[in-house]
Design a protein around this ligand. Structure first.
Ligand code: DC
Length: 226
């Protein structure tokens, strides 16, 4: 099989990372969660007071941008690629709610996107990569050999998320999650810089009624054409 770049974009809570990760494992490719990079910059902004009450101090962020080093390192025990910010493993920290609720405002900033897109392209120089995000097939790798755009019914996405949250002991209501998902979709689709769009040559995957295995088989059929 030819060595390729696989871009997996789509709405939040569609299972992009689950699919992208399993696919990378199966192919022996690197998996990169580009959302983790936006989350890491958001964490930095919170820690350095660059974001206060959901307002970003743009000038201060620009001053700090060159001091932010983001990389991924493979955890040999779990087999997962973990996110490091300036020499610190922040994989757990970036999943917390304070980061989640501020990341969309940080990911709107053009200079942040420029910096991260440059890093993402460097990581993908040697192909053999599966990267998930919002703009991977449109902006980061417009020439990716295989582009998938994932979507699913918001209610089904909320039900899946509800199960995950209940397992983690987090109490919430289905309505609250549905509203949160719709709001995130709106922000992702309507920001000025690199809004979430299906690339013209991306293949649509609506996984509302598909199991994880169904999705993996579906995508492997596409991959096997290379
Ligand atoms: O995939 P995620 O939920 O971890 O992404 C976190 C945030 O980062 C989300 O608000 C969308 C944004 N994001 C982005 O703008 N571009 C990407 N390539 C990946 C994520």
């Amino acid at each position: 099989m030819k060595e390729i770049v696989i871009a997996v974009d789509g709405y939040s809570s569609c299972g992009k990372s689950t699919l992208a990760k399993s696919l990378a494992t199966l192919l022996g490719y690197i998996y990169i969660d580009s959302g983790a990079m936006y989350r890491a910059i958001t964490l930095y902004c919170i820690r350095y007071g660059i974001i206060k009450e959901s307002i970003v101090n743009h000038e201060l962020l620009i001053q700090h941008l060159n001091n932010i080093d983001i990389r991924f390192e493979l955890n040999a025990l779990t087999g997962n690629n973990e996110t490091w910010l300036n020499g610190e493993n922040v994989e757990d920290e970036i999943r917390k709610s304070e980061v989640a609720s501020n990341v969309s405002i940080v990911s709107k900033i053009a200079e942040v996107r420029q910096k991260l897109v440059a890093i993402q392209r460097r990581i993908g120089e040697n192909k053999k990569i599966v990267m998930d995000g919002r703009d991977i097939g449109t902006v980061v790798f417009p020439n990716a050999e295989l582009k998938i755009f994932m979507t699913a019914d918001p209610i089904i996405r909320a039900q899946r998320r509800m199960i995950e949250m209940t397992e983690k002991g987090i109490q919430t209501s289905l309505n609250e999650i549905v509203e949160n998902i719709k709001q995130r979709d709106y922000i992702d689709e309507n920001r000025d810089v690199s809004p979430l769009r299906k690339a013209k040559d991306a293949i649509l995957l609506d996984n509302s009624n598909l199991t994880r295995d169904d999705q993996l088989n579906w995508i492997m059929q596409k991959v096997n054409q290379f």
